[in-house]
Design a protein around this ligand. Structure first.
Ligand code: UGA
Length: 445
């Protein structure tokens, strides 16, 4: 049987998680086909090689040694289980030539003004176009502004005259739950111009537990990604503003969110008030959508407010500290958690970075602990949570890692010099903390 391959260009978060899950899925397909009865239909297309391509030689060398470039629960095991199918390589040309389907999963960095740098995507497709000798399905996974797929098609056409398809297939996985989300997505969005491309991609994904496919035109598919992340950011900033109203009125944002979330039209998710959202996606995609609107002479007012509210939530921590400790000059502040959310070592746009910056401006002495983040410039990061709170005038819980939520808070209290404890994620019991004589301060309750 002729060997069939899939290439994934870019071994970052999206590419690596997708590749590991696809490899595992192909193996499961083979196993199912070999055990099915005569009356059961088997999986049609089986791919025996997943080429994981990156220009970063060190990253490829590491991956070949089983060293992951970042921490993501379950990823390392899945990669190691599927090394026979996965091929980590810098050989772009060989991989493309041996593949029917080519995923583009390169980074699309976005500047402070929301301009998206598409050079990685465009260089990749130009090279693909130059190499192609027969039909390929090119699937864009990178988050790109609406209209990018049309430019991608144009670039390939300039370099190749045969048949090909370009599909927009945005990614919705969450860091920390990436493997689960890849295998069990709420929806798979396929923006395509024809059924051939749509069917080919659906056939590849067969075996994943997909709730629904959304087959859309390419521009709508591209926008679904931005609209989804912007809406999630909006939910967070909305509940953070409700938290402000709770502080004014004496209500409790946890109870308010519970009562709101039970309405199926609203839902419970992303109604956790706190120090705001961070990460590589929500902030940058919000900015980029504001920019897209601006380019069309439209002012996306809600999203501008969402950003501003999010920025204010980080400053709120400093306000609360000053209200309780007075001048922060020389005060010792212990930070618990640094990553932008639990179960990742990702520090991109993490609220902790702004909090550290503000504390340093106020000349506070900062100590920090995080289960996975071991170095941040200019911060004394300790290897034990109790060392971060030892002799602290105040402690700020920044990231709600399980390990941090489950600390022995009686011991925490005994080790601190002061008793001010700011729970930036509203993840501890208010009653318990007050009973144990903490000056416990959370957000909106
Ligand atoms: C986000 C989206 O949730 C994914 O669907 C999407 O695929 C991804 O961006 C992306 O575009 O690649 P992620 O950045 O991994 O995923 O993180 P989230 O789980 O969305 O959390 C983002 C931030 O919001 C975190 O800092 C988290 O602490 C904060 N958050 C989340 C809240 O403050 N409150 C909430 O109720 C929920």
């Amino acid at each position: 049987m002729k060997s069939k391959g899939v290439s994934i260009i870019g071994c970052g978060y999206v590419g690596l998680c997708l590749g590991a899950c696809l490899a595992d899925n192909e193996k499961n397909k083979v196993e199912y086909n070999s055990t099915r009865s005569l009356f059961e239909e088997g999986f049609k297309d089986i791919y025996d090689k997943i080429y994981m391509v990156d220009i970063n030689q060190k990253r490829i060398d590491d991956l070949n040694k089983g060293i992951m470039p970042f921490y993501e629960p379950g990823l390392e095991d899945l990669v190691k289980k599927n090394t026979d199918i996965l091929s980590f390589t810098t050989d772009f040309e060989g991989s493309v030539l041996n593949s029917d389907i080519i995923f583009i999963a390169v980074g699309t960095p976005t500047d402070e003004k929301g301009n998206v740098d598409l050079s990685g995507v465009f260089n990749t497709v130009k090279d693909i176009g130059k190499i192609m000798k027969d039909y390929k399905l090119i699937v864009n996974k990178s988050t790109v502004p609406v209209g990018t797929a049309d430019l991608v098609k144009k670039i390939i056409r300039e370099n190749y005259s045969g048949e090909f398809d370009v599909v927009s297939n945005p990614e919705f996985l969450r860091e920390g739950k990436a493997i689960h989300d890849t295998i069990n997505p709420d929806r798979v969005v396929i923006g395509s111009e024809n059924l051939r491309a749509e069917d080919k991609l659906k056939s590849l994904y067969a075996g994943f537990k997909i709730n629904s496919f959304v087959c859309a035109d390419i521009r709508s598919a591209e926008l679904i990604k931005y609209a989804s992340n912007a809406f999630l950011a909006t939910k967070i900033s909305f509940i953070n503003e409700i938290a402000r109203i709770c502080e004014i009125t004496g209500a409790d944002v946890g109870q308010v969110a519970l009562g709101m979330g039970l309405d199926k039209r609203i839902g419970h998710d992303f109604l956790q008030a706190g120090i705001g959202y961070g990460g590589s996606c929500l902030p940058k995609d919000n900015r980029s959508l504001i920019r897209t609107a601006g380019d069309g002479d439209y002012d996306f007012k809600i999203l501008r407010a969402v950003e501003e509210v999010n920025k204010n939530q980080r400053e709120l921590v400093i306000d609360k500290l000053e209200k309780n400790l007075g001048n922060l000059d020389g005060k010792v502040v212990g930070l618990l958690g640094l990553s932008f959310k639990p179960n990742t070592d990702d520090m991109r746009a993490a609220p902790s970075l702004d909090i550290i910056k503000y504390l340093k401006e106020k000349k506070a002495i900062v100590k920090a602990y995080d289960p996975m983040v071991k170095a941040v410039e200019g911060v004394d990061i300790v290897d034990d949570p109790y060392k971060a709170i030892e002799d602290a005038d105040a402690v700020v819980l920044v990231t709600e890692w399980d390990e941090i939520r489950k600390l022995d808070f009686i011991k925490v209290k005994a080790w601190m010099k002061g008793n001010t404890f700011i729970d930036g994620r509203n993840c501890l019991s208010r009653e318990y903390m007050l009973d144990n004589k903490f000056n416990y301060i959370s957000i909106g309750r």
